[in-house]
Write a protein that binds this ligand. Structure first.
Ligand code: 26Q
Length: 780
């Protein structure tokens, strides 16, 4: 069985250190570079062959960290979904699956965020500027992709052709001699492109127009959890799907021990295709087209193969993130696929009608084609109908899917619906990013945890080992110092490394409620101002994350946090009790720095909105305590560590639903809670924006009159919970013991566990932790 992971995003970050670690050559490389440095003679000035002085040598060798810092992040993703794909690649190689990642080689990844004039600006991410040493172009496997044209008697005629050039990146497993492949497609214009111009004599124009085709893989769309129905985005999706499906078919047909004469009955036993959200869901229609039009299979045979091959992972329940492509756009670009989608829909609705006779309302709800307003194809419906398994990414999320957004489909096929709680790779998110903690752990329980994260449970008894507690505290302090030094060096910001590092890093989105955190900051500020001599547990609040360039409210949220920081950080009454830092350009590499230095992790989305979260797991694994809602995987984290080791506040999903049903009225809370009212009044009166008192009018208006995420309803409970956090922080040992309980309880959140579940319960393949013989060693 070969597993194919199809994703429009891979948020890989850097590769060098990860490669050295997985190959087991990190310390050798480190040492070698150091020695090379020492060998470098720096000739003494004016030295002469007869000079009796020995040639001078460098006092210190070359530092591998300096080399690592030169590498660009491969930022081919937005946030959680893209990073999950990257963690999965690492785990699939580590647990020995024959897995391939397929995606797009964007020439520009997620934009670089710069803070200018109090807000976010975007700079293009020209990550290939100095070349990419990890990739190999494979021109021998280039493939044509067809778009546009029309259907004539069931045949797709006169399409435009673009070439898909594969670039392969090796994905090594951890210490097991496995190397899988991530294959990313780059668009290349065929030399015949726009030949009609050429024949008209406009050769120059024909060459210039090659760009049009090559724009397909130019840039990653920077929307996180938001659907934007742009034609170029649809082209990207089909381009990736078409090239990947052809590649998969070619490999199936040429398999060494495959059938002599190609029969497709075996296809679902040899090929598993996992769809990372609906973004690659055209694969279902494309596979049908290939089996019907090219391989000439019957509809029923083709459909049986396709549905047994494909599986779909949903990553969000937010309605604005669900892909609903206009029929007109799809029909113009992919006329044959639209026909096939209509045929899938007829046969599907016929089945529904047999199961639930006469339930017209149900047929309307379940149709792949939405007919209210502009006709659209609901891609989630296509993905569910065309897959044998549909999964959510945390227990709560998988329940919400069954109960809410896909209820009708659950009624129809309860057996399709599964849960696969997300995970993170312990190689990057502990071993690589936190060597101090890794060593402290290894000293007590060895190194098995690197591939069997459940082993961390062996740390639980060590909460009463005073030495271990002290070591963990020391490691955290060192990690904090490193971040403090970085902030000083890069931004000339002085932070108090003895203060609590309270960290909120993720994409900026209303549902993630960075504004709630901001209200807590203002509340603390007001308390300090009100009684400057009252005891206060010092905090450094750091917020980081990118806003989608077109998301006005998200950009305003960044502006407000910066403005509040400006006032708080420069108020002499506050001193070093409270600092607010905006972490510019949060990305994988910055996460590797920041997360190991966190005391407190903010995971405060409105219950029922964050499908899982994975940052939450990274903080837990690195010994931060969490303040969070009963949302996504927070619930399972609490279950693993016990409720005494996590700070949970706010409404649960049922309470959120009840409040919505009753009617949420922000004014009630505003009138009832004086500290909240004070915060809001300050924002709306321009306290934080003296040069433009109306700056945050829209933010206040949203919070007061149309807040979908019910901030004020959780304000009081959040503030109380934060007070408890501060109280505990005064007892450093009690805090550290809970931190150790967090680390020791994080075994479940290894992506190795997640992938083993996908393997057994969706792909029908057994993981193998066996080490392969090294290529140059004879097989036993
Ligand atoms: C779709 C169409 C057109 C343009 C953009 C998009 C688009 C792009 C990215 C839609 C959604 C996304 C990203 C979604 C995402 O990152 N979801 C997160 O997935 C994580 C991994 O499962 C979860 O942990 C997070 O809870 C979820 O928000």
């Amino acid at each position: 069985m070969r597993v194919y992971y199809l994703s429009l995003e891979y948020y890989m970050g850097r590769t060098l250190q990860n490669t050295m670690i997985n190959l087991g050559i990190q310390s050798a490389c480190d040492e070698a570079l150091y020695q090379v440095g020492l060998e470098l003679d720096t000739p003494a000035p004016l030295s002469h062959p007869t000079d009796p002085r020995p040639p001078s040598r460098r006092q210190v060798g070359l530092d591998i960290e300096e080399l690592q810092d030169i590498e660009e992040d491969a930022g081919l993703g937005n946030g959680g979904l893209g990073r999950l794909a990257a963690c999965f690649l690492d785990s699939m190689a580590t647990i020995g699956l024959a897995a391939y990642g397929y995606g797009i080689r964007y020439e520009y990844g997620i934009f670089a965020q710069r803070i200018k004039n109090g807000g976010q600006t975007e700079e293009p991410d020209d990550w290939l500027r100095f070349g990419n040493p990890w990739e190999t172009a494979r021109p021998e496997y280039v493939l044509p992709v067809c778009m546009y044209g029309r259907v004539d008697g069931g045949n797709w005629v006169h399409p435009q052709v673009v070439f898909a050039m594969p670039y392969d990146t090796p994905i090594p497993g951890y210490a097991n001699n496995v190397v899988n492949t991530l294959r990313l497609w780059s668009a290349m214009s065929p030399s015949s492109f726009n030949l009609q111009f050429f024949n008209n004599g406009d050769y120059i124009q024909a060459v210039l127009d090659r760009n049009l085709a090559e724009n397909i893989s130019r840039v990653l769309y920077p929307n996180d959890n938001f659907f934007e129905g742009k034609e170029l985005r649809l082209k990207q999706q089909y381009f990736m799907v078409s090239a990947s499906v052809q590649d998969i078919m070619r490999r199936f047909k040429s398999a060494r021990n495959g059938p002599k004469r190609t029969t497709f009955e075996e296809f679902p036993n040899k090929v598993a295709i996992q769809l990372n959200d609906t973004h690659p869901s055209l694969a279902i229609a494309e596979l049908m087209r290939v089996f019907l039009d090219i391989e000439k299979l019957s509809w029923d045979t083709a459909w049986d193969i396709v549905t047994r091959t494909c599986a779909y992972t949903n990553h969000t329940v937010l309605p604005e993130a669900l892909e609903r492509w206009p029929v007109s756009m799809l029909g113009n670009m992919l006329p044959r696929h639209l026909e096939i989608i209509y045929d899938i829909n007829w046969k599907f609705l016929d089945k529904v009608n047999h199961r639930f006779p006469g339930d017209l309302e149900r047929l309307r709800r379940m149709s792949l084609v939405e007919e209210d307003g502009e006709k659209r194809v609901n891609m989630a419906h296509l993905a569910i109908v065309g897959s044998h398994a549909v999964n959510g990414v945390a227990a709560l999320h998988s329940e919400i899917i069954k109960r809410d957004i896909f209820k009708d489909f659950f009624d129809m096929w309860p057996e399709k619906f599964q849960n696969k709680t997300n995970g993170i790779t312990p190689r990057r998110w502990l071993l690589l990013c936190n060597p101090g903690l890794s060593d402290a752990i290894a000293e007590k329980i060895g190194e098995e945890w690197i591939t069997h994260l459940d082993e961390l449970a062996k740390l639980k008894p060590l909460v009463s080992d005073a030495n271990f507690v002290r070591t963990v505290q020391k490691v955290k302090q060192e990690n904090k110092m490193r971040v403090a030094q970085m902030l000083t060096k890069q931004y000339e910001i002085e932070v108090n490394p003895a203060s609590m590092f309270d960290i909120h890093v993720k994409r900026i989105h209303e549902y993630k409620r960075q504004l709630l955190n901001c209200l807590h900051v203002i509340t603390m500020y007001n308390r300090i101002k009100k009684d400057p001599s009252a005891p206060f547990v010092p905090r450094t609040v750091m917020v980081g994350g990118k806003a989608a360039p077109g998301y006005h409210m998200a950009k305003q949220i960044i502006r407000l946090i910066l403005a509040v920081g400006n006032i708080v950080n420069n108020d002499p009454v506050v001193g070093n009790k409270l600092k607010v830092i905006y972490l510019e350009n949060y990305r994988v590499t910055l996460a590797e720095r920041i997360i190991p230095a966190a005391d407190l992790s903010e995971q405060i989305s409105t219950a029922g909105t964050e499908a899982s979260g994975t940052g939450n797991m990274k903080f837990m694994l690195n010994g931060a305590l969490t303040i969070g809602t009963l949302d996504g995987a927070n619930i399972e984290m609490r279950e693993e560590m016990g409720e005494e080791n996590i700070f949970i506040f706010g409404m649960n999903v049922d309470e959120v639903e009840a409040l919505k049903a009753r009617g949420y009225n922000a004014h009630e809370y505003y009138n009832k809670l004086p500290e909240l009212r004070q915060c809001i009044d300050m924002i709306s009166s321009g306290y934080f924006s003296p040069h433009d008192v109306n700056q945050f009018k829209d933010v206040v208006d949203m919070l007061m009159n149309h807040d979908r995420f019910l901030l004020f309803a959780d304000y009081e409970s959040y503030i109380r919970c934060q007070d408890e956090v501060s109280k505990l922080y005064m007892n450093q040992d009690a805090w550290a013991r809970k931190a150790i309980m967090n680390i020791a309880s994080s075994g479940k959140f290894s992506s190795d566990r997640t992938i083993a579940e996908y393997a057994r319960e969706i792909w029908g393949v057994e993981p193998s932790m066996e080490k392969l013989p090294a290529p140059h060693e004879p097989r036993e």
